[in-house]
Write a protein that binds this ligand. Structure first.
Ligand SMILES: [Zn+2]
Length: 248
């Protein structure tokens, strides 16, 4: 059976002399793994289109046991990512997040749109890395069904206080009057950081990337969203640890 789709290559592995096994975040079939035969030979048009971080139009043959890429044509190669090792490693972290979170054979357009938009801003250098990290982490977790409850304090329903405490294990907020220490990790959130988190969770996609925070606040935002990733995946992805070695 022949499947035509579009997708981002989120993982690649060389098999033998010239074949590639790639993992693709597709628009409409979740994450799938497919072979690209002779993808390393230079004359083959599939070569560029099946490289890591390439967004491509794909024609895939679905055999009984595996998928084979018949044809691939690059749509966007995110060339700008190759100029900056920090941006490139953050991009690889986004790929690993998608790899870990997106199921197979599922409607996956929302995930793809999120990752492609984040890569676009990363490649152009038009948003801070720290902002793109938290937006991608938290929004992807929400898409995957792990939406935290950031509407109000989970005890007294206060909407805000000088500081609100985010408890990633429970995915809830407590205000300063209701918080009396906790047996689980917690992150104190100044109002600006909480507003940004609410924005990432609840805003329309079209407005997702339109907010700004000072560097110090972005660091707190990163701590909060990373801890929520750790709590959900029960580990911190290796690509995140690698990316963080490039941060000040
Ligand atoms: Zn409260």
């Amino acid at each position: 059976m022949q499947v035509k789709t579009q997708g981002l290559i989120i993982k690649e592995q060389t098999i033998g002399e010239s074949d590639r096994l790639v993992t693709i975040l597709t628009k409409d079939a979740g994450v799938l793994r497919a072979f690209a035969r002779k993808a390393k030979s230079l004359k083959d048009s599939k070569s560029a289109a099946t490289q890591l971080l390439c967004y491509s139009r794909l024609s895939v043959f679905k055999g009984r046991e595996k998928y084979i890429i018949d044809d691939a044509e690059p749509i966007e190669v995110f060339f700008g990512l190759r100029r900056d090792i920090a941006a490139l490693s953050l991009a690889q972290y986004f790929c690993e997040l998608a790899y870990l979170m997106v199921p197979e054979e599922t409607e996956s357009e929302e995930y793809l749109r999120l990752v492609l938009n984040s890569l676009h801003f990363l490649a152009n250098g038009t948003r801070p890395l720290r902002m793109l990290q938290s937006v991608t982490e938290l929004r992807m977790l929400c898409t995957a069904g792990y939406m935290p409850n950031l509407i109000a304090c989970s005890d007294c329903v206060a909407y805000e206080s000088d500081v609100m405490y985010f408890l990633p294990d429970s995915g809830i907020l407590l205000c300063k009057d209701c918080f009396h220490g906790a047996n689980e990790p917690y992150i104190p959130l100044p109002p600006g950081v909480l507003t940004a988190m609410r924005h990432i969770v609840y805003s329309d996609f079209s407005k997702l990337y339109s907010f700004s925070l000072p560097e110090e606040a972005l660091k707190i935002l990163n701590t909060a969203t990373e801890s929520y990733v750790r709590r959900t995946l029960h580990t911190l992805p290796k690509t995140l640890e690698f990316y963080k070695t490039f941060l000040d």
